[in-house]
Design a protein around this ligand. Structure first.
Ligand SMILES: NC(=O)c1ccc[n+]([C@@H]2O[C@H](COP(=O)([O-])OP(=O)(O)OC[C@H]3O[C@@H](n4cnc5c(N)ncnc54)[C@H](OP(=O)(O)O)[C@@H]3O)[C@@H](O)[C@H]2O)c1
Length: 255
């Protein structure tokens, strides 16, 4: 863990994938909203670069901003569990947990062609680590009756529309399973009635290392709904069921 600043009373947001792309942009939005941050990713240098750039960006407007970094290979379940347990015991219970890490599967990863190694790589990073991080960190949020979990899914994981319409099998199936985890956990925790909210988002095709330089959306556009779910008054979600859902541009879309 890397930290140089004394802890403050600002609420904590934990963001995986916080070193770049949509995770870094979400972390930026949460810092602007007054959160301290704990950033998780694999590459130590990139994590430190993200931390330094956020601290410089907010030096004048967010006095006391504290950012810790936590480097781990989320493909490794034991290392992930150890890191998550360390976070759960060493940091305050977070108010917000955003899971924005992920990998795309290889181009030709169709079900009949993909390998065990590729299947396990993608499922470990995109799904199993999501379970471990939620299972380690979110109980304190549920106990506090004050927590929001937002997980970056993908429209490619939807069971409706073009979602699971063939190709990129490990990626699509990992995201479909993440959607299922979100819905199931929301029902297990009272669908928001106990102050705990858990939701998935489709950021849509965004210009990041994963999305590529020609994607139609900026990171600001791609991260906007995640930041909104993490910070806005719950009444802004409308009436009826307000959590355990898949969101796209602040709207509920079918799983
Ligand atoms: N971009 C899109 O068009 C798009 C569309 C739909 C859904 N999504 C979803 O949105 C999320 C963010 O995507 P992105 O476009 O921001 O991706 P990205 O730019 O490729 O960034 C990926 C992030 O995940 C982290 N990560 C990857 N493998 C890891 C591992 N083994 N251990 C620890 N951290 C790991 C990376 O950390 P390091 O820097 O340490 O490698 C990085 O922070 C993903 O879940 C993705 O599936 C993206």
């Amino acid at each position: 863990m890397h930290s140089e600043t004394a802890p403050t009373s600002r609420p904590l947001a934990i963001v995986s994938g916080g070193s770049r792309g949509l995770g870094l942009e979400t972390a930026r939005g949460l810092a602007a909203a007054g959160f301290d941050l704990a950033l998780i990713a694999k590459d130590v240098q990139r994590l430190d670069g993200a931390r330094q750039s956020l601290l410089s960006e907010f030096v004048a407007t967010q006095s006391g901003l504290t950012i810790t970094t936590h480097a781990v290979d989320l493909e490794d379940q034991i290392a992930t569990r150890n890191m998550a347990d360390e976070i759960a015991t060493s940091l305050a219970a977070p108010k917000v947990l955003v899971l924005a890490h992920g990998v795309m599967s290889e181009k030709m990863s169709k079900t009949l062609r993909t390998t065990d190694a590729e299947w396990n790589r993608v499922l470990n990073i995109n799904l199993n680590s999501v379970f471990i991080l939620v299972n380690s960190i979110a109980p304190a949020m549920a106990d506090a009756r004050d927590g929001r979990v937002v997980i970056y899914s993908a429209c490619l994981g939807r069971m409706s529309g073009p979602g699971s319409a063939g190709g990129l099998a490990p990626y699509r199936i990992s995201k479909a399973a993440v959607n299922s985890l979100v819905r199931n956990l929301a029902h297990e925790t009272g669908l928001g009635a106990r102050g705990f909210y858990v939701d998935a988002i489709c950021p849509n095709h965004t210009r990041t290392d994963m999305g590529g330089p020609d994607a139609p959306r900026s990171v600001e556009e791609g991260a906007e709904t995640a930041i909104w779910l993490a910070t806005a008054d719950i009444s802004e979600r409308g009436t009826g069921q307000v959590t355990g859902l898949l969101w796209e541009d602040r709207k509920i879309v079918p799983f």
